[in-house]
Write a new protein. Structure first.
Length: 185
């Protein structure tokens, strides 16, 4: 069992993501790290709660890797959170299985950073929009590290961003995430 666990919440990383694919491919090179690609494991959204909870118990560091969709996590990751982080496991009087573990939020965001400001297109800062995820870590007794966030991570040919620039940002994101995973502080 790996003591570092990545929960990949992208709904189709192999066919519809440049950035998340690069990040996951770089993570896959690390030793003692397990990647659980939710969309591949559970294409019908029927999460094996016991298997997921056992993977969490075995891990010291838990990374949620996902694209930021509509100011939140993709549906498959939300389903996973709702089912796996259950009362009596992740919270409640006997829900102490995740206490003391590290949680790292690793997000790729399509829009530019300036869009996520009070005077920007999306009105709110990312730090505000991820409050529910921060509270999830808090309620379950995990230590949340500083999130690894990258903006302008969507490539739409001829419309939005340059592919090589998105690839460069994804490689930079992977380097920063790997450094965060390796640094227990």
């Amino acid at each position: 069992m790996a003591n570092r666990l990545v929960i990949l919440g992208h709904p189709d990383v192999r066919n519809h993501s440049i950035a998340n694919k690069i990040i996951v491919d770089e993570l896959a090179r690390l030793e003692d790290l397990e990647i659980r690609e939710l969309a591949s494991l559970y294409p019908d959204f029927q999460i094996d709660v016991e298997a997921e909870q056992q993977a969490l118990i075995a891990a010291e560091t838990i990374v949620l890797q996902f694209p930021f969709y509509w100011y939140s996590v993709p549906g498959i990751l939300k389903q996973w959170l709702d089912l796996v982080l259950a009362y009596g496991f992740a919270y409640g009087s006997n829900g102490t299985k995740l206490h003391g573990k590290r949680m790292i939020l690793s997000m790729t965001i399509g829009g530019p950073e300036e869009a996520y400001q009070p005077d920007g297109y999306n009105t709110y800062r990312i730090d505000e929009l991820i409050t529910p995820l921060k509270q999830t870590a808090n309620l379950s007794g995990m230590t949340l590290t500083t999130p690894v966030i990258s903006h302008s991570m969507v490539f739409i040919p001829g419309v939005y961003n340059v592919k090589e620039e998105v690839e460069g940002r994804a490689n930079d994101h992977a380097r920063r995430l790997i450094a965060t995973i390796g640094n227990p502080d």
